[in-house]
Design a protein around this ligand. Structure first.
Ligand SMILES: Cc1cc2ncn([C@H]3O[C@H](COP(=O)(O)O)[C@@H](O)[C@H]3O)c2cc1C
Ligand SMILES: O=C(O)c1cccnc1
Length: 346
């Protein structure tokens, strides 16, 4: 996939932004966002169509032991039913902001009825425990990429051009921490946090366990790292991010776990970052460092530490607002407002 490198369009977009009836730069990050979305869509008049949240759910072998996760593995499947019944935070925020919501079974340790209305892309009934062996085989990882890529291509063909990514998978802050350590070369102890609510003593134990896991392996590339440490939902997120960027869609990144998938995706193709908007900085330890590594400026800082795509769902109205100001706000000329201090291109 090629990078976005249309410097002429970029200048035109910047000019359009600068000639709006406001002091230069006064809309802050919304101006960066408008510029980015215009570049992604290769137009001075971008639009957000059928914005959709896609939540990938998967189970983790290590979760069955209950040593790194305060909640039991069964909560993953129970939360999938909660999503279907409309009771989770992501349902409420998607409804609040008129977003479509799709739930994908990437590999939950439960058989869901076919009539449930979720997308069945199950790779297996949970990953293996990486304390003993790699979470998945390279073949399963490849399968995960293909299946999530197909889901994204279908959404695009149905008219969605903006996707917010979310996840559900008990223990997946552990996978995300291991991936962060690998891709950012940060000591694993600095990548491990409280997840869904471990106390200090339990966090020390999680650090010790994950340090041992990290030492056990020596992945040679991004796919190997994903296969060893990943969950099926994280592998699917990585494949989905790669496909969405290939299809020039706007990708809205949620918290710690989805950002771990971005770390893997950008190691495979740096250009994915041209298409990613980072919704928020999560309170999970490590997320801010991940964002710094990616040179990302998150839109929101709300102290969230939930996942599910909640941060992405909350941020999408800001994307709509940025596109709307770019398209609809009057220029100094249109409005007959004086005070345009200089032509920004001169
Ligand atoms: C009721 C409930 C709802 C959630 N929604 C998202 N997560 C979040 O917490 C999990 C990761 O945290 P850990 O690594 O500590 O298990 C993921 O499922 C993530 O999406 C939830 C967790 C729980 C318990
Ligand atoms: O930031 C996140 O995505 C997150 C943090 C804690 C638990 N689950 C998700």
């Amino acid at each position: 996939m090629s990078s976005i490198n249309n410097s002429e369009l970029k200048l035109e977009l910047q000019k359009k932004i600068d000639l709006k009836t406001k002091p230069l730069g006064a809309l802050g990050l919304l101006e960066d966002l408008a510029l980015k979305i215009g570049c992604i869509q290769d137009t001075l008049n971008p639009k957000i169509s059928n914005p959709t949240i896609v939540v990938f759910a998967g189970d983790h072998g290590i979760a069955t032991k209950g040593e790194v996760n305060p909640f039991p593995q069964e909560v993953t499947a129970q939360m999938v039913y909660n999503f279907v019944n409309g009771g989770a935070a992501i349902n409420i925020f998607s409804n609040t902001n008129n977003l479509n919501l799709k739930i994908v079974d990437a590999g939950v340790n439960h058989t869901f009825p076919e009539t449930l209305g979720i997308i069945n892309a199950k790779i297996d009934f949970g990953t293996k425990n990486y304390q003993e062996e790699p979470a998945m085989t390279l073949k399963q990882c490849e399968k995960a990429f293909n299946r999530s890529g197909n889901i994204i291509a279908k959404l695009k063909s149905e008219g969605t051009n903006t996707i917010g990514f979310g996840e559900m998978g008990i223990s997946n802050t552990s996978s995300a921490a291991l991936l962060m350590a690998y891709f950012t070369e940060t000591p694993i102890t600095e990548c491990v946090g409280a997840g869904t609510g471990l106390n200090n003593e339990e966090i020390s134990k999680k650090r010790q366990i994950l340090s041992e896991v990290y030492k056990k392996y020596n992945p040679q590339n991004a796919i190997e790292a994903l296969s060893i440490f990943g969950g099926f939902e994280i592998a699917m997120l990585c494949g989905a991010i790669l496909k969405a960027s290939e299809l020039k869609m706007i990708i809205v990144i949620d918290g710690f776990i989805v950002t771990a998938a971005v770390l893997a995706a950008q190691a495979i193709d740096k250009n994915v970052l041209d298409y990613c908007v980072f919704a928020h900085n999560s309170n999970e330890k490590g997320h801010v460092k991940m964002l710094d590594f990616l040179n990302a400026k998150p839109l929101l800082s709300l102290g969230l530490r939930l996942g599910e795509g909640t941060g992405a769902a909350l941020a999408i109205p800001l994307l709509i607002a940025s596109v709307n100001f770019l398209n609809d706000m009057a220029s100094f000329d249109d409005a007959g407002v004086s005070g345009e201090t200089k032509d920004p291109l001169v």
